[in-house]
Design a protein around this ligand. Structure first.
Ligand code: FAD
Length: 403
């Protein structure tokens, strides 16, 4: 079987890329190791993502966003960030950049199901699931992929197979990896007071505690903290867990009640030294993983997918070899520096707010107050948080796809 592009991994990034390419007419194979998710139930899922306005545009361009059950999603119009060890704080309001919202908080499974439905509707897309990539061979004019009992050929293979990417490994692409020394505890809580459609983040010495608004009085929380503390939070009773979160959050939303299960995720950062090789391109977590403190991981992946789709479509329309390294270079130039900057920014923030040194504590509180008092700086931060900073792919600009 011959394809233009084989995408390994049908997570949010890989499925978005595959839909964009197949919608434009390319023949796409998608290889996904996991079983299809169970049919949707009423139960609220633990894992959510803060989806930026730019990512919303990408999902709309591939006809996914408007089909999502958005009554299950939260919206955040404002953001409030403050330091536990001082008086510094910043308040962002989407109205200041002429927007009605900064983004939505959507269950990962909801987005994933929307993408799966869209993949199934595209004639030029073939999904191999559950199938795991075993091996691949890069040849002069194609790449051959070996799954369980099947062989596929494509002009290009895209690694969308997450931070432990097998494609990246088989392509021999090195990466820089480090441990944040933290684990993220994820849970859903009911708050006594309404969250005011605001995303809240309190920087504690051991890591940030974020509240993301969901419909009604529900919030999804992500508490990044030391591994032993994370384990204690994970095994605490609902009552003592809620009490610990409420105390760490200074009761800003009144009393709390734990309403769903809890999960814990070890946090590490990773950045691939190259995003491309002969007949190989990396997107999403296969290329970079960042600290969840700014809720940017999936957003960066969706922007990678939109950028790569744009470049591949342009090459395909001109009958250029999709897998030639030279033809993939514009993608690497476009995304690598930008993602690295975001990752370093997150690591810098994490260090800055984790430091117990007095001069650093004073400086960060002054910094927060300075940003709060500077409308141009606040607008710049908000544009980046919304995915509007820098050169955006066409799909992220709400332009029709393909053009
Ligand atoms: C606690 C936490 C909170 C977060 N919050 C946010 C947020 O608010 N906003 C945000 O933007 N991001 C957030 N992120 C980051 C975000 O979840 C990830 O960046 C994103 O899910 C990565 O998507 P992906 O598709 O690139 O990779 P993955 O989701 O890892 O998908 C990879 C896919 O590849 C498949 N696969 C792997 N190996 C193979 C193989 N050999 N063959 C075939 N298939 C394979 C896997 O089954 C999987 O489906 C958060 C992360 C964490 C840990």
């Amino acid at each position: 079987m011959n394809y233009d592009v084989a995408v390994v991994g049908a997570g949010m990034t890989g499925a978005t890329l595959a839909c964009a390419l197949a919608k434009a007419g390319l023949r796409v194979a998608v290889i996904e190791a996991s079983d299809p998710p169970p049919p949707p139930g009423d139960e609220r899922q633990l894992r959510v993502s803060a989806i930026s306005r730019a990512s919303e545009c990408v999902l709309r361009a591939i006809d996914v966003w408007d089909a999502l059950p958005l009554e299950r999603a939260g919206v955040f119009r404002e953001m409030c960030v403050w330091d536990a060890t001082g008086s510094g704080s910043v308040h962002f309001d989407s109205a200041d950049i002429g927007s009605d919202a900064l983004g939505h908080v959507v269950e990962n499974d909801v987005i994933q199901r929307g993408l799966n439905t869209r993949m199934a509707s595209l004639d030029t897309l073939k999904l191999y699931r559950p199938e795991e990539l075993q091996d691949m061979q890069v040849e002069k004019s194609r790449v051959t992929l070996r799954l369980g009992g099947t062989r596929l050929h494509a002009r290009l293979v895209v690694a969308a197979d997450g931070s432990r990417s097998r494609v990246r490994e088989l392509a021999g692409i090195q990466c820089d990896v480090g441990d944040y020394g933290q684990q993220a505890v994820v849970a859903t809580v009911r708050t006594e007071l309404w969250h005011r459609e605001t995303a809240w983040q309190r920087f504690l010495p051991d890591g940030p505690l974020a509240f993301l608004p969901l419909p009604g009085n529900l919030c999804s929380i992500v508490w990044s903290t030391l591994p032993e503390h994370a384990q204690a939070l994970l095994t605490a009773t609902d009552e003592s867990f809620a009490a610990a979160v409420e105390e760490a959050f200074e009761s800003r939303l009144g009393g709390l009640e734990a309403v769903a299960g809890r999960g814990v995720f070890p946090l590490r950062h990773l950045h691939a030294r190259a995003y491309i090789a002969d007949r190989v391109a990396l997107v999403g977590d296969a290329a970079h993983t960042v600290h969840p403190l700014a809720g940017q991981g999936a957003n960066l992946g969706l922007q990678d997918a939109a950028a790569l789709a744009e470049i591949l479509y342009a090459n395909w329309s001109r009958d250029r070899d999709l897998g030639r390294r030279m033809n993939l270079r514009p993608y690497e130039r476009w995304r690598k520096g930008r993602n690295l900057l975001m990752q370093r920014g997150m690591s810098g923030f994490q260090w800055l707010f984790g430091s117990r040194l007095e001069p650093v504590r004073v400086a960060r509180n002054l910094g927060l107050s300075m940003v709060d008092g500077s409308p141009p700086l606040k607008r710049m931060f908000m544009r980046y948080a919304s995915g509007y900073g820098g050169e955006r792919p066409r799909m992220a600009q709400a332009r029709p796809w393909p053009e």
